[in-house]
Design a protein around this ligand. Structure first.
Ligand SMILES: [Zn+2]
Length: 282
């Protein structure tokens, strides 16, 4: 229960707890609707369920992919363990859905409203995600595209005949309702079904709350903590869900038990997500 105004001394401003701030994922889930040309993208937030389907066409297969993975996840020290959850698993096998390691993961950034140092936060968090997965990210430059939970993974008018690059935006609760309140960011990937029925992530989106990130930056260890917020959302982008252990970066909220980098369970999950198979027909 929230304290009412009468519970607070007149000269004491009401403060929200600063360190425990909710982070919510947008997990974009694709389901095949007959044939390989169209699929349905549904945005699911937490356990709230689909917000509505959107039909999206596939681009023609990109034959320029490498025959072998472009990178490999690190070999973790023996005994490295910890909780990790995959945001989506393959039908039948239960293996995690992942990005194609034979292709780069392109991303564009809408810098509008970025807090000071926002570009560096993103590039450092991307580098840490790349290091933990072996996935090779490519900065495809700025964009003026805005966040939508139903964002289309294929936008030929804007990005040509290829999957849309991952969109990273700065926003707030007035422009992105998902960021209202204490939510620091939302992020997730869109999967598509290959001809053999297996799923692969092909695009994705992150929206980071600029005001909340700036407020975090202003606190002790603020830069490292702000970077960790971006890493958490990138963890969703590459296929991790939330865990219940507050020592992991993929815990639902910011926690004083986290370090400013991946926890051991995060690293086990990220390494697994970096060993996905290649999809030459996508
Ligand atoms: Zn989250």
């Amino acid at each position: 229960m929230e304290p009412g105004p009468d519970d607070w001394p007149d000269d004491e401003p009401v403060r929200r707890p600063a360190r425990w701030v909710q982070v919510v994922a947008v997990v974009l889930v694709a389901a095949v609707v007959g044939g390989s040309i169209w699929f349905t993208v549904s945005a699911v937030r937490g356990a709230s369920g689909p917000t509505g389907p959107v039909q999206v066409a596939y681009p023609p297969p990109d034959r320029s992919a490498s025959k072998v993975p472009l990178g490999r996840p690190p070999t973790l020290p023996a005994g490295t363990t910890g909780p990790h959850v995959f945001s989506q698993v393959q039908p039948g096998t239960g293996a995690p859905v992942a990005w194609d390691p034979c292709r780069t993961v392109g991303y564009v950034v809408n810098p509008t409203g970025s807090p000071p140092g926002g570009a560096q936060l993103v590039s450092e968090a991307v580098a840490r995600t790349s290091a933990a997965t072996g996935l090779q990210f490519v900065d495809a430059g700025p964009t003026d595209e805005r966040f939508s939970p139903d964002r289309r993974a294929y936008q030929p008018g804007r990005y040509g005949n290829r999957w849309a690059p991952v969109l990273i935006t700065w926003a707030d609760g007035s422009t992105v309702p998902e960021l209202a309140g204490n939510v620091l960011g939302v992020g997730g990937a869109t999967s598509a079904s290959a001809p053999d029925g297996q799923l692969v992530f092909v695009s994705g989106v992150l929206a980071l709350d600029a005001a909340d990130v700036a407020a975090t930056q202003a606190q002790a260890d603020g830069t490292a903590r702000a970077r960790a917020i971006v890493q958490h959302e990138l963890g969703h982008l590459v296929g991790l869900g939330h865990v219940g252990d507050p020592r992991e970066l993929m815990f639902t909220e910011e926690s004083p038990l986290q370090t400013d980098d991946w926890g051991s369970g995060d690293r086990v999950g990220l390494a697994r997500l970096g060993r996905g198979r290649c999809f030459p027909d996508m």
